[in-house]
Write a protein that binds this ligand. Structure first.
Ligand SMILES: N[C@@H](CCC(=O)N[C@@H](CS)C(=O)NCC(=O)O)C(=O)O
Length: 237
């Protein structure tokens, strides 16, 4: 029964994992519906059709609220969950510098989704096209992908990662809080996307690397892995 509880429509090996992490951090009672990526055919690696029953885009995460609303997009889901269920304010912004924090929060969330993610997505597509192409054209495809990476993508990704790394100097979490806030939940996915895309080596960015390890060492993250249905970041197409 889903009555009174939010329900997460969760897909294996997907960014929905960070929402599962947030639900575990909040300690809220929730239902978890597990969906598996297709393993063969024309839709290999895509979400199953059944995810379209609750939202036309058929992507994950989707949060079904007890009131009957379907929320998509990690940023919106995280906002809703924290506003509704974080009654103690554990994952909210610092109250002493709220004005600055609100702007910085918005800036980082937009930066992740609108600046960093597109570069990482292109790198990921290049990697999958290279690895998935027949062996006789692979060196050619690999050559083009290496060229674009060298000329543009790697420099962009590196500049953005350095920017994030500098901003994390001396901080435990992005907004200088004791616990992760929405920015941390959302940003963690981009770091894993970077790994899937083989974008860069995180240890080149020591502050980000420490933050990343800190997030993944949290009990709630570990519980989210136990409850989910797999989270591989060395994905192959
Ligand atoms: N911008 C959305 C992205 C959702 C999304 O693209 N989810 C992927 C998983 S990483 C998905 O469901 N992919 C399966 C498919 O497109 O078939 C968010 O932040 O929630």
């Amino acid at each position: 029964m889903s009555e009174g509880k939010p329900t997460l429509q969760h897909l294996n090996n997907s960014q929905s994992q960070v929402i599962l992490w947030l639900l575990e951090e909040l300690g809220v009672d929730y239902n978890l519906n597990l969906f598996e990526r297709e393993t063969s055919g024309a839709n290999k690696n895509r979400a199953p059709e059944s995810l379209k029953k609750t939202h036309p885009l058929g992507k994950s995460p989707q949060l079904l609220t007890p009131e009957g609303r379907v929320i998509i997009e990690r940023a919106a889901i995280a906002k809703h969950l924290i506003e509704k269920y974080d009654t103690a304010g554990k994952f909210k912004l610092n109250s002493d510098d709220r004005e600055n924090d609100v702007i910085r929060e918005e800036e980082l969330i937009s930066f992740g989704g609108a600046s960093l993610a597109p570069i990482l997505m292109i790198q990921m597509v290049f990697k999958f096209v290279r690895d998935g192409s027949p062996f006789f054209v692979r060196p050619f495809v690999g050559g083009i992908s290496a060229m674009v990476n060298k000329a543009f993508l790697s420099k962009e990704a590196d500049a953005m990662m350095k920017y994030l790394d500098n901003g994390m100097e001396g901080k435990t979490y992005f907004l200088n809080t004791q616990n992760p806030t929405r920015v941390d939940f959302l940003m963690l996915w981009y770091m894993d996307l970077g790994m899937i895309a083989e974008s860069s080596d995180l240890s080149t960015y020591p502050n980000i690397k420490s933050w990343y390890d800190r997030c993944k060492a949290r009990d709630a993250w570990k519980r989210s892995l136990e409850k989910g249905n797999g989270y591989e970041i060395d994905m192959k197409m």
